[in-house]
Design a protein around this ligand. Structure first.
Ligand SMILES: Cc1cc2nc3c(=O)[nH]c(=O)nc-3n(C[C@H](O)[C@H](O)[C@H](O)COP(=O)(O)OP(=O)(O)OC[C@H]3O[C@@H](n4cnc5c(N)ncnc54)[C@H](O)[C@@H]3O)c2cc1C
Length: 380
């Protein structure tokens, strides 16, 4: 009987796994011995880091959007139909469209979503750049801003831990180039006692804030927002007025994970940090933002994990134990303004050491933005 491999979620991680499997299992798929099905909830695949550049009107959303189908190798069956329930006892995935897909091996790659609902006034008052619609809406405010306070608040957990810092540095440069930096008060807040969860990154950012006159407040956990008065109140008792509020709300794991009883209280799935199997399950792998692993939720994380998961699935199909182990590797190009960037790379055992800021690293980041699609096709 054919082995059914079902992947839920056609974003950065799920797409690479599907394509790697289609390549590795080409013969088995063509003989009908194995079936690889990718179930996702939207026909389009958007490159999320482009939101940073959309916000300042440097790129357009349509240039960083592809149809998911166009990214998949022959051999992957694509089903666009949201998964609504994973039955781990019956080994099936149920979809909103009424289908029930049996699986022998399941990969959960459903990412994360922004949840502003636990903070009164936040959804009403704040802009976000972590979604396509949010970035396009915020763009109009950013490019037409004539002066006042732009306040950024950050809640955890959230994906791409560097992106809030990147946007603050980009805005600093953007308004300098516009000739109105002296009229723009940039305030960045962070929930713990430094500018970033990774200490080396926080230490790297602090002198840049000082040099550029970017204001900050740490130990700042948003309690509520008054959309009429345009004031954010923190749990620590601060009140900060704003003209534009950019929020990175806490993220949660996908509803289907929660509804299937697979996640922790935030909907993230406890996962073996090395094999990437869901804790307690021999036939379920988890990658990317969906895991509850204590590492950065990033596209690079999903990419490295996709390689590990593919290899371990192949081993499992051949009756062998896991052959690849994820070492916690994450790598990020971090924009430090409009034309310079740094690079960090780290894993479970080695903390990041930011590289000296350079134009070259910025160009590497811009180059990767273009070749992302090759990585999704499994070619990088
Ligand atoms: C502004 C911004 C900048 C970023 N910059 C970087 C960067 O510079 N470097 C970096 O490495 N990362 C960056 N990231 C983070 C990166 O985009 C994510 O961490 C990465 O996309 C995670 O991959 P994933 O496969 O886990 O989730 P996603 O890519 O989000 O994919 C999840 C997929 O699952 C689908 N899905 C969800 N629920 C269901 C369901 N019930 N049924 C079927 N399908 C479902 C979703 O539609 C989506 O297609 C950035 C993110 C943002 C927002």
């Amino acid at each position: 009987m054919a082995k059914n491999i079902v992947i839920v979620g056609g974003g950065s991680g799920g797409t690479i796994v599907a394509n790697h499997l289609a390549g590795e299992l080409k013969q088995q798929i063509s003989r009908g011995d194995t079936k690889v099905t990718l179930v996702t909830d939207t026909p389009n695949h958007v490159y999320q880091p482009s939101f940073l550049y959309i916000t300042i009107n440097q790129v357009r959303l349509e240039d960083y959007t592809r149809s998911e189908k166009s990214l998949l190798k022959p051999g992957v069956e694509l089903l666009i139909d949201p998964a609504v329930k994973i039955d781990t006892a019956g080994h099936t995935v149920a979809t909103a469209g009424g289908k029930t897909l049996p699986y022998d091996i399941l990969v959960i790659a459903t990412g994360s979503y922004l949840d502003p609902t636990t903070i009164p006034g936040l959804a009403e008052a704040a802009d976000v750049f972590y979604t396509a619609e949010g970035a396009e809406k915020l763009r109009d405010k950013i490019v037409n801003f004539a002066g006042g306070t732009i306040l950024m608040t950050v809640d955890v957990p959230h994906k791409c831990p560097a992106a809030p810092l990147e946007l603050i540095f980009i805005l600093d440069d953007f308004y300098r180039h516009m000739g109105i930096r002296d009229k723009v008060n940039l305030i960045y807040t962070y929930p713990i006692g430094r500018l970033h969860s990774l200490e080396p990154v926080a230490n790297f950012a602090a002198p840049e804030f000082e040099k550029r006159g970017i204001n900050s407040e740490t130990f700042f956990n948003v309690e509520s927002v008054d959309p009429q008065k345009k004031v954010v109140t923190s749990l620590e008792g601060s009140e900060v007025p704003f003209d534009v509020l950019i929020s990175i709300p806490a993220h949660r794991g996908a509803h289907v994970v929660h509804d299937s009883g697979l996640g922790d209280e935030d909907g993230f799935i406890p996962t073996n940090r090395y094999t990437l199997k869901a804790d307690g399950y021999d036939d379920i792998y988890v990658i990317g933002d969906a895991t509850a692993l204590p590492i950065s939720k990033a596209g690079s994380t999903a990419h490295y994990q996709a390689d590990v998961v593919t290899a371990n699935i192949i081993s499992q199909i051949n009756g062998l134990p896991p052959s690849r182990f994820y070492d916690g590797k994450v790598a990020c190009f971090v924009e430090m303004g409009l034309d310079k960037a740094t690079f960090i790379s780290f894993d479970y055992n080695n903390p990041p050491v930011p590289l000296p800021v350079s134009e070259m690293i910025h160009w590497f980041k811009l180059s990767f933005n273009e070749i992302y699609w090759l990585s999704q096709r499994g070619l990088l």
